[in-house]
Design a protein around this ligand. Structure first.
Ligand code: SIN
Ligand code: FE2
Length: 243
């Protein structure tokens, strides 16, 4: 029971700080949808199990020779891959030579609904990069620019432990906003915000009932798939060396 004028536990734990809105416009073309995926989060996490059994999480190596601290895998028609030779979307998992696991219907549905809520109706992603962050893991500021087609937005879904998302501007030197993302929060950026620099601050330790001591991020993309070999793209991310 709550008395008038008294904050409930729900307000304190799940509510918005005064002056905050949901959805919240971060920039023209960029929207934060707090809790958008919260109701389906357990289903999303469960759907990851067969995917990561077939295409296991791995620490990719950057063109500069650094091993990424974020563990990654993919599902969909193509997966984002980093190797010494460059970054690319590949229809095969280079570790197994097999196609990436199919994108679950629940993923496609969520991505399309979130994109529409962010102002981009008709989004049909063909790739989902799955990132796993353990405590202390971070992702340096970068642009998503290996997709070849920038007319579609990026839809980013946070699951498990909270993180501080760094959302900058169109220049690397633009000071990023620090946005706390919790389980079920979704960020959509496209149109004039499509090339926004973004990253993730080092993850704090914690324990989530579904993901344990990690954060999972799903980023849905629409990548232009080469029919012939188009060669690796120019390196676009600056990563930290894993200690
Ligand atoms: C990414 O940029 O690939 C992931 C961002 C995030 O984990 O929130
Ligand atoms: Fe990214």
């Amino acid at each position: 029971m709550s008395r008038p004028g008294t904050a409930t536990m729900g307000d304190l734990l799940g509510g918005l700080e005064p002056g905050r809105q949901n959805p919240e416009t971060l920039a023209e073309g960029a929207t934060l949808l707090r809790g958008f995926a919260a109701a389906g989060a357990a289903e999303l996490v469960a759907a990851l199990e067969p995917i990561t059994e077939a295409a296991r999480f791995r620490h990719m190596v950057t063109p500069g020779g650094y091993t990424m601290s974020v563990a990654m895998t993919n599902c969909g028609d193509a997966g984002w891959v980093s190797e010494r030779s460059g970054y690319r979307y590949d229809v095969h998992d280079p570790e197994t030579g097999r196609a990436w696991p199919e994108m679950p219907a629940a993923f496609l549905d969520l991505a399309a609904r979130a994109a529409a809520a962010g102002g981009f109706p008709g989004f049909v992603p063909n790739s989902c990069l799955i990132n796993r962050y353990a405590p202390k893991t971070r992702l340096s500021l970068h642009q998503d620019r290996d997709e070849g087609d920038f007319s579609a937005p990026i839809v980013s879904v946070s699951l498990g432990l909270p993180a501080v998302f760094l959302f900058g501007g169109l220049k690397r030197s633009d000071r990023p906003r620090r946005i706390r993302l919790e389980n079920g929060d979704v960020v959509v950026w496209g149109g004039p915000a499509r090339m926004t620099y973004h990253g993730v601050a080092p993850l704090a330790d914690g324990c989530d009932p579904f993901t344990g001591n990690c954060r999972i991020n799903l980023t849905f993309r629409k990548a232009r798939l080469a029919t012939a070999s188009s060669g690796p793209s120019t390196p676009s991310r600056g990563f930290v060396k894993q200690s």
